[in-house]
Design a protein around this ligand. Structure first.
Ligand SMILES: *Cc1c(COP(=O)(O)O)cnc(C)c1O
Length: 202
């Protein structure tokens, strides 16, 4: 997407400008900061409040770890919502995805269905009805299990004697990989595959 062209096309009926962070085809990032700055200017001139949605399905679990300085998210004032696929680089099996809004006010209440189900209010902004929650738990597990960085966690294990002293205490070290390290490995592997493909000359 050409940011200049995109923002030129914005008129009073535009709901939002949707930018892609991590194209499905080749992983390319669109210049969300440039779109934000152009919209800032246009919104000031026109009095409109055209926001940005970032489709970070493929890049939302990559950019924060590999390019923490890159501004594409809520650091930019016109970014009001972001989606990311947990089942891609969130490292959960299909198919979970997330959408986050900047503030509660950015998700209009008219879009939320309030259902009275078996006597209690059930607000929902998704497809009804029963479905498994195992992927939510898997995502939670992955986030707390891996964390941000590689860490080594010592645990004490084994029998304690009657004085509470660990005569045969065993120390176990759990190494957690950290999302940053995992993404760096993914990127290195991708480069090896890319170079291999280039060498085929096809
Ligand atoms: C994968 C992808 C989607 C679809 O996401 P799902 O979580 O598979 O529904 C949308 N946009 C982009 C840019 C993607 O890469």
């Amino acid at each position: 997407m050409d940011p200049e062209q995109a923002v030129e096309m914005v008129d009073e009926n535009t709901i939002c400008v949707a930018a892609i962070l991590g194209s499905t085809l080749n992983g390319e990032f669109e210049d969300v900061k440039r779109i934000n700055d152009l919209l800032e200017e246009k919104n000031k001139q026109t009095g409109w409040e055209t926001p940005i949605h970032v489709d970070a399905a493929s890049g939302g679990f990559i950019a924060p770890f590999l390019y923490p300085e890159l501004e594409w998210d809520f650091r930019l004032p016109w970014v009001k919502s972001i989606n990311v696929s947990g089942h891609k680089y969130g490292l959960v099996y299909p198919g979970i995805g997330w959408c986050v809004w900047r503030t509660k006010e950015d998700l209009p209440d008219e879009l939320i269905f309030h259902i009275n189900y078996l006597g209690s209010d059930q607000p929902t902004f998704t497809l009804n009805f029963s479905k498994g929650s195992s992927q939510v738990i898997a995502q939670y597990y992955q986030l707390i299990r891996h964390g941000l960085e590689v860490t080594s966690l010592p645990h004490r294990s084994g029998q304690e004697d009657s004085f509470g002293k660990g005569a045969d205490t065993i120390y176990i070290h759990t190494i957690t990989q950290g999302y940053r390290n995992i993404m760096e490995n993914c990127q290195e592997n991708a480069m090896v595959v890319k170079e291999g493909l280039e060498k085929t000359g096809r």
